[in-house]
Design a protein. Structure first.
Length: 116
């Protein structure tokens, strides 16, 4: 199993970034996908979740209306579109794929820094 995240970087407040998570080694379309984020000294926070077929999504209140989670099951890739970014969105962002307790995969993370 390999998960490769990309798209992180430095952006000014109000800007946008699109994170990608390319997956190999498992049946991508069977897994629920989520994005989490973590800052030093804090617990990892669930940001957004999308069902295996992409027909339902959920968001943390802190990102609702600004972030959009999506997936392309043909390309085995998941996305997190982040708009109107705020300094408090600064974190390492992780993708996660979940089928069951035994089949549960995490990416290595990509750093997003929102600063002027």
């Amino acid at each position: 199993v390999q998960l490769v995240e990309s798209g992180g970087g430095l952006v000014q407040p109000g800007g946008s970034l699109r994170l990608s998570c390319a997956a190999t080694g498992f049946t991508f379309s069977s897994y629920v996908m989520s994005w989490y984020r973590q800052t030093p000294g804090k617990e990892r926070e669930l940001v957004a979740t999308i069902t295996s077929r992409g027909d339902s999504t959920n968001y943390a209140d802190s990102v609702k209306g600004r972030f959009t989670i999506s997936r392309d099951n043909d390309k085995n890739t998941g996305y997190l579109q982040m708009n109107n970014l705020k300094p408090e969105d600064t974190a390492v962002y992780y993708c996660r794929f979940y089928l069951s307790y035994a089949f549960n995969y995490w990416g290595k993370g990509t750093l997003v820094t929102v600063s002027s």
